[in-house]
Design a protein around this ligand. Structure first.
Ligand SMILES: [Fe+2]
Length: 290
């Protein structure tokens, strides 16, 4: 799930907190088949690419069963492991609703699934992106605390006018984050692990920069919503990410209000460089040129 600061209106049938019933029995076999196709493709690709907590999360939630998971079933185990639950929502939700859910250890997940002709790209987060991509990491106690801290930080940031900076933190960590391990870089970001093509691009392609995570630097870097990223940020550990996020960002926002954005393809002298990207993919025109 992502959040959206544009004005959204609550769809008919959604509760005040924008949740709806998952209505698991209403999914068709064709919809379950879309999940199975996506699931099997990622399951074959991700060992050696996704980080251990993600792969372990898939196992502990038993997401290997065929078809779209029943949220009631996965919530029993998720709640036991870290106190999180998954709640169904119709699609994107407003910032304040999103932060409120995260601050209370509830992850809003899209109820619908993409069509069979949209396997590779979908702008709005569906149940595959949200549950396969996000929920396994929520079984990790440190990452679970990070997501809650992000929601609490979001509630504090409302009204301070710096939500675009905070959204970049989410984007470059929760959605597109990489983790440094003794075996090499591994994926923990949901936007990568739920995408077959980006699971390869993010680790193997010479085009993007791969840079050490730094809170302020990340918050000053714009991102791509429509294509592979031009920069990925690498955290040394989940604990380091959590530690960086527990502080009140009030003073940082005051600084950021007067700081310039960093160009999306820049490598700064202060960056820890894992890969200095060629940016060849973006220069060719990215997805539109493919
Ligand atoms: Fe997401």
């Amino acid at each position: 799930m992502a959040h959206d600061s544009t004005t959204l209106s609550r769809p008919p049938g959604a509760r005040d907190d924008w949740t709806i019933d998952q209505d698991w029995n209403a999914y068709t076999q064709a919809e379950h088949d879309v999940w199975i196709t996506l699931y099997e493709r990622q399951r074959a690709l991700l060992p050696g690419r996704a980080c251990d907590p993600f792969l372990k999360g898939l196992d502990s939630l038993d997401l290997h069963r065929a078809g779209i998971p029943d949220f009631n079933r996965i919530n029993e185990e998720l709640k036991r492991l870290t106190g999180w639950t998954v709640v169904a929502v119709p699609g994107l939700v407003p910032d304040e609703v999103f932060f409120e859910h995260l601050a209370n250890r509830r992850f809003p997940a899209g109820q619908f699934i993409r069509r069979a002709d949209q396997l590779d790209y979908l702008q709005e987060p569906d149940v595959f992106h949200d549950v396969f991509g996000h929920v396994p990491m929520l079984t990790d106690p440190t990452f679970a605390d990070y997501m809650q801290a992000y929601g609490q930080g979001g509630l504090r940031a409302l009204g301070l006018g710096q939500l675009h900076n905070l959204a970049r933190l989410y984007w470059y960590t929760v959605e597109f984050g990489l983790l440094e391990t003794p075996e090499g870089l591994r994926i923990y970001g949901a936007g990568i692990v739920s995408s077959h093509a980006e699971s390869i691009f993010a680790l193997d392609d010479p085009s993007p920069n791969r840079l050490g995570f730094d809170l302020e630097r990340t918050m000053r870097t714009p991102y791509r919503i429509d294509d592979f990223q031009q920069a990925y940020f690498v955290i040394p550990s989940l604990q380091a990410l959590l530690d960086a996020t527990l502080a009140d960002f009030g003073a940082l926002y005051v600084y950021l209000a007067g700081a310039k954005d960093i160009p999306i393809d820049a490598v700064l002298p202060s960056d820890k460089v894992f890969t200095r990207g060629t940016q060849a993919y973006a220069r060719r025109g990215g997805r539109t040129a493919a």
